[in-house]
Design a protein around this ligand. Structure first.
Ligand SMILES: [Zn+2]
Length: 277
Protein backbone atom coordinates (compact mmCIF):
# COMPACT_ATOMS: atom_id res chain seq x y z
CA UNK A 1 0.00 0.00 0.00
CA UNK A 2 1.38 3.42 -0.99
CA UNK A 3 0.48 6.48 1.05
CA UNK A 4 2.35 9.43 -0.43
CA UNK A 5 6.05 8.70 -0.08
CA UNK A 6 5.39 5.87 2.37
CA UNK A 7 5.10 2.24 1.53
CA UNK A 8 3.06 0.42 4.17
CA UNK A 9 2.91 -3.38 4.51
CA UNK A 10 0.77 -5.36 6.93
CA UNK A 11 1.48 -8.91 8.08
CA UNK A 12 0.76 -11.20 11.01
CA UNK A 13 3.24 -12.31 13.65
CA UNK A 14 0.96 -15.31 14.20
CA UNK A 15 -2.26 -16.45 15.82
CA UNK A 16 -3.05 -16.29 19.52
CA UNK A 17 -6.19 -17.09 21.45
CA UNK A 18 -8.06 -15.25 24.20
CA UNK A 19 -11.31 -15.89 26.02
CA UNK A 20 -14.18 -14.67 23.84
CA UNK A 21 -16.00 -13.06 26.76
CA UNK A 22 -12.88 -11.04 27.44
CA UNK A 23 -12.84 -9.84 23.83
CA UNK A 24 -16.47 -8.79 23.56
CA UNK A 25 -17.35 -7.37 26.99
CA UNK A 26 -21.08 -6.81 27.48
CA UNK A 27 -22.02 -8.44 24.18
CA UNK A 28 -23.74 -11.81 24.81
CA UNK A 29 -21.94 -14.89 23.52
CA UNK A 30 -25.00 -15.78 21.44
CA UNK A 31 -24.21 -12.69 19.36
CA UNK A 32 -20.41 -12.66 19.18
CA UNK A 33 -19.96 -16.34 18.46
CA UNK A 34 -21.79 -15.91 15.15
CA UNK A 35 -18.87 -13.85 13.90
CA UNK A 36 -16.09 -15.34 16.05
CA UNK A 37 -16.59 -19.04 16.90
CA UNK A 38 -15.00 -20.10 20.20
CA UNK A 39 -12.89 -23.21 20.75
CA UNK A 40 -13.50 -25.81 23.50
CA UNK A 41 -11.85 -23.47 26.03
CA UNK A 42 -14.10 -20.56 24.92
CA UNK A 43 -11.15 -18.87 23.21
CA UNK A 44 -11.29 -16.97 19.93
CA UNK A 45 -8.35 -17.04 17.50
CA UNK A 46 -6.84 -13.73 16.43
CA UNK A 47 -3.94 -12.52 14.36
CA UNK A 48 -1.27 -10.30 15.88
CA UNK A 49 -0.92 -7.80 13.05
CA UNK A 50 2.14 -5.63 12.50
CA UNK A 51 2.90 -2.79 10.09
CA UNK A 52 6.10 -2.08 8.19
CA UNK A 53 6.34 1.55 7.06
CA UNK A 54 9.18 2.69 4.78
CA UNK A 55 9.81 6.06 3.16
CA UNK A 56 12.67 5.12 0.82
CA UNK A 57 14.76 7.69 2.69
CA UNK A 58 16.23 5.30 5.25
CA UNK A 59 13.35 5.37 7.72
CA UNK A 60 12.12 1.87 8.49
CA UNK A 61 9.30 1.73 11.01
CA UNK A 62 7.81 -1.40 12.59
CA UNK A 63 4.48 -1.05 14.39
CA UNK A 64 3.84 -3.84 16.94
CA UNK A 65 6.22 -6.75 17.43
CA UNK A 66 3.78 -9.59 18.24
CA UNK A 67 4.25 -12.01 21.12
CA UNK A 68 7.95 -12.69 20.53
CA UNK A 69 9.90 -15.83 21.30
CA UNK A 70 10.34 -15.61 25.06
CA UNK A 71 7.08 -17.17 26.26
CA UNK A 72 7.24 -20.43 28.20
CA UNK A 73 5.57 -23.56 26.90
CA UNK A 74 2.89 -23.12 29.56
CA UNK A 75 2.20 -19.53 28.46
CA UNK A 76 2.05 -20.58 24.81
CA UNK A 77 -0.51 -23.20 25.81
CA UNK A 78 -2.64 -20.69 27.69
CA UNK A 79 -2.62 -18.24 24.80
CA UNK A 80 -2.95 -20.90 22.11
CA UNK A 81 0.24 -19.86 20.30
CA UNK A 82 1.18 -22.92 18.21
CA UNK A 83 3.74 -21.45 15.82
CA UNK A 84 7.04 -19.62 16.32
CA UNK A 85 6.82 -15.83 15.88
CA UNK A 86 6.78 -14.79 12.21
CA UNK A 87 7.88 -11.16 12.66
CA UNK A 88 11.54 -11.46 11.62
CA UNK A 89 10.76 -13.82 8.72
CA UNK A 90 8.07 -11.46 7.46
CA UNK A 91 10.52 -8.56 7.60
CA UNK A 92 13.22 -10.62 5.86
CA UNK A 93 10.75 -11.55 3.09
CA UNK A 94 10.39 -7.81 2.50
CA UNK A 95 14.12 -7.29 2.50
CA UNK A 96 14.43 -5.78 5.98
CA UNK A 97 17.12 -6.85 8.47
CA UNK A 98 16.62 -6.14 12.20
CA UNK A 99 19.52 -3.66 12.26
CA UNK A 100 17.89 -1.65 9.47
CA UNK A 101 14.80 -0.81 11.53
CA UNK A 102 14.99 2.79 12.75
CA UNK A 103 11.77 3.07 14.76
CA UNK A 104 9.57 0.60 16.62
CA UNK A 105 6.11 1.70 17.76
CA UNK A 106 4.02 -0.34 20.20
CA UNK A 107 0.40 0.79 20.44
CA UNK A 108 0.65 -0.34 24.08
CA UNK A 109 2.87 -2.70 26.06
CA UNK A 110 0.69 -5.80 26.43
CA UNK A 111 2.72 -8.91 25.58
CA UNK A 112 0.93 -9.57 22.28
CA UNK A 113 2.11 -6.17 20.95
CA UNK A 114 5.58 -5.84 22.47
CA UNK A 115 6.85 -9.41 22.93
CA UNK A 116 9.14 -9.21 19.91
CA UNK A 117 10.80 -6.00 21.16
CA UNK A 118 13.49 -8.03 22.87
CA UNK A 119 15.06 -11.44 22.48
CA UNK A 120 17.32 -13.73 24.47
CA UNK A 121 21.00 -13.81 23.62
CA UNK A 122 22.56 -16.40 25.92
CA UNK A 123 21.34 -15.37 29.36
CA UNK A 124 20.92 -11.71 28.38
CA UNK A 125 17.92 -9.90 26.99
CA UNK A 126 18.74 -7.59 24.12
CA UNK A 127 16.80 -5.29 21.80
CA UNK A 128 15.67 -7.24 18.72
CA UNK A 129 16.14 -4.06 16.66
CA UNK A 130 19.48 -2.79 17.99
CA UNK A 131 19.53 0.54 16.15
CA UNK A 132 15.87 1.44 16.58
CA UNK A 133 14.22 3.89 18.92
CA UNK A 134 11.24 2.29 20.61
CA UNK A 135 8.27 4.64 20.92
CA UNK A 136 5.51 4.30 23.50
CA UNK A 137 3.38 6.69 25.47
CA UNK A 138 4.96 7.77 28.75
CA UNK A 139 1.75 6.84 30.63
CA UNK A 140 1.86 3.33 29.16
CA UNK A 141 5.47 2.92 30.27
CA UNK A 142 4.59 4.07 33.78
CA UNK A 143 1.56 1.78 34.02
CA UNK A 144 3.43 -1.20 32.57
CA UNK A 145 6.16 -0.80 35.19
CA UNK A 146 3.62 -0.57 38.02
CA UNK A 147 0.80 -2.91 37.07
CA UNK A 148 -2.04 -3.57 39.48
CA UNK A 149 -3.94 -6.73 40.33
CA UNK A 150 -6.15 -6.31 37.28
CA UNK A 151 -3.50 -5.41 34.69
CA UNK A 152 -0.57 -7.57 35.82
CA UNK A 153 -1.33 -10.60 33.66
CA UNK A 154 -0.93 -8.60 30.40
CA UNK A 155 2.50 -7.02 30.99
CA UNK A 156 5.82 -8.88 30.89
CA UNK A 157 8.67 -6.57 31.92
CA UNK A 158 11.18 -8.55 29.82
CA UNK A 159 9.45 -7.13 26.73
CA UNK A 160 10.27 -3.50 27.51
CA UNK A 161 12.49 -3.04 30.60
CA UNK A 162 15.75 -4.08 28.83
CA UNK A 163 15.16 -1.28 26.30
CA UNK A 164 15.69 1.35 28.97
CA UNK A 165 19.08 -0.04 29.95
CA UNK A 166 20.00 -0.21 26.25
CA UNK A 167 19.11 3.49 25.88
CA UNK A 168 16.55 2.74 23.16
CA UNK A 169 13.44 4.30 24.70
CA UNK A 170 11.59 7.27 23.27
CA UNK A 171 8.67 8.12 25.52
CA UNK A 172 6.08 10.46 24.04
CA UNK A 173 3.08 12.34 25.41
CA UNK A 174 -0.34 12.41 23.71
CA UNK A 175 -0.14 13.35 20.01
CA UNK A 176 3.23 13.43 18.28
CA UNK A 177 4.34 13.56 14.66
CA UNK A 178 7.29 11.15 14.54
CA UNK A 179 8.08 11.64 10.85
CA UNK A 180 6.35 13.98 8.37
CA UNK A 181 2.79 12.64 8.12
CA UNK A 182 3.40 9.74 10.54
CA UNK A 183 1.79 10.33 13.89
CA UNK A 184 0.76 8.61 17.07
CA UNK A 185 -2.20 9.76 19.15
CA UNK A 186 -2.91 8.69 22.70
CA UNK A 187 -6.43 7.35 23.20
CA UNK A 188 -7.27 6.52 26.80
CA UNK A 189 -9.34 3.38 26.29
CA UNK A 190 -7.88 -0.13 26.37
CA UNK A 191 -5.19 1.31 28.68
CA UNK A 192 -4.36 4.86 29.78
CA UNK A 193 -1.42 5.01 27.39
CA UNK A 194 -2.84 3.26 24.31
CA UNK A 195 -1.90 5.02 21.07
CA UNK A 196 -3.12 4.77 17.49
CA UNK A 197 -0.91 5.21 14.42
CA UNK A 198 -1.78 7.34 11.38
CA UNK A 199 0.05 7.85 8.11
CA UNK A 200 -1.23 10.83 6.13
CA UNK A 201 0.05 12.08 2.78
CA UNK A 202 -1.35 13.39 -0.50
CA UNK A 203 -4.91 13.49 0.87
CA UNK A 204 -4.85 9.83 1.95
CA UNK A 205 -4.89 8.65 5.58
CA UNK A 206 -4.05 5.17 6.81
CA UNK A 207 -5.18 4.40 10.35
CA UNK A 208 -4.03 1.56 12.61
CA UNK A 209 -6.52 0.98 15.38
CA UNK A 210 -4.91 -0.47 18.50
CA UNK A 211 -6.89 -2.65 20.90
CA UNK A 212 -9.82 -0.42 21.76
CA UNK A 213 -11.03 -1.61 18.33
CA UNK A 214 -9.11 -4.85 17.81
CA UNK A 215 -10.94 -6.15 14.74
CA UNK A 216 -13.81 -5.52 12.34
CA UNK A 217 -16.29 -7.11 14.74
CA UNK A 218 -15.68 -4.21 17.13
CA UNK A 219 -17.05 -1.60 14.71
CA UNK A 220 -20.50 -1.44 16.44
CA UNK A 221 -20.11 1.12 19.24
CA UNK A 222 -21.04 -1.11 22.22
CA UNK A 223 -18.73 -3.96 21.15
CA UNK A 224 -15.88 -3.12 23.52
CA UNK A 225 -13.52 -5.60 25.13
CA UNK A 226 -14.01 -6.52 28.79
CA UNK A 227 -10.35 -5.76 29.43
CA UNK A 228 -10.58 -2.12 28.33
CA UNK A 229 -9.73 -0.14 31.45
CA UNK A 230 -11.74 2.91 30.32
CA UNK A 231 -14.69 1.49 28.36
CA UNK A 232 -16.72 4.70 28.32
CA UNK A 233 -13.72 6.60 26.93
CA UNK A 234 -13.40 3.83 24.33
CA UNK A 235 -17.05 4.41 23.40
CA UNK A 236 -16.50 8.15 22.80
CA UNK A 237 -13.22 7.57 20.97
CA UNK A 238 -14.92 5.08 18.64
CA UNK A 239 -17.81 7.47 18.02
CA UNK A 240 -15.40 10.23 16.97
CA UNK A 241 -12.77 8.19 15.11
CA UNK A 242 -15.19 5.98 13.17
CA UNK A 243 -17.11 9.02 11.97
CA UNK A 244 -13.89 10.55 10.64
CA UNK A 245 -12.71 7.26 9.15
CA UNK A 246 -15.99 6.97 7.27
CA UNK A 247 -16.40 10.56 6.07
CA UNK A 248 -12.70 11.01 5.19
CA UNK A 249 -12.52 7.53 3.65
CA UNK A 250 -9.50 6.43 5.69
CA UNK A 251 -7.68 3.22 4.93
CA UNK A 252 -8.12 1.18 8.11
CA UNK A 253 -6.18 -1.73 9.59
CA UNK A 254 -6.78 -3.53 12.87
CA UNK A 255 -4.41 -4.99 15.47
CA UNK A 256 -6.19 -8.35 15.78
CA UNK A 257 -7.96 -8.90 12.47
CA UNK A 258 -6.63 -10.72 9.43
CA UNK A 259 -3.72 -8.58 8.18
CA UNK A 260 -5.63 -6.58 5.57
CA UNK A 261 -6.28 -2.98 4.68
CA UNK A 262 -9.83 -1.83 4.09
CA UNK A 263 -12.21 1.10 4.11
CA UNK A 264 -15.43 1.57 6.04
CA UNK A 265 -18.85 1.84 4.48
CA UNK A 266 -22.27 2.31 6.06
CA UNK A 267 -25.26 0.10 5.32
CA UNK A 268 -28.57 0.75 7.10
CA UNK A 269 -26.78 2.45 9.96
CA UNK A 270 -24.16 -0.28 10.34
CA UNK A 271 -20.50 0.05 9.53
CA UNK A 272 -18.80 -2.53 7.37
CA UNK A 273 -15.11 -3.15 6.71
CA UNK A 274 -14.50 -3.63 2.98
CA UNK A 275 -11.11 -5.19 2.34
CA UNK A 276 -8.97 -3.62 -0.35
CA UNK A 277 -7.72 -5.97 -3.03
ZN1 LIG B 1 -3.76 -7.09 21.85
Amino acid sequence: MKVGRYRVDIFSDGIFRLDGGMMFGVVPKALWERSKPADERNRVAMDMSCLLIRDGDGHVVVVETGAGGKLSEKQRGIFGIDEPPALLDELARRGVRPDEVTLVINTHLHFDHSGGNTRREGDRLVATFPRASYVFQRLEWQDALAPNERTRASYFADDFLPLEAAGRLELVDDSVELLPGLRVDRVQSHTRGTQTVRVSADGETLFFSSDFMPDRHHLPLPWITAIDLFPLDTLEAKREILKRALTESWIVAFTHDAPRFGRLSEHEGRLRFDELG
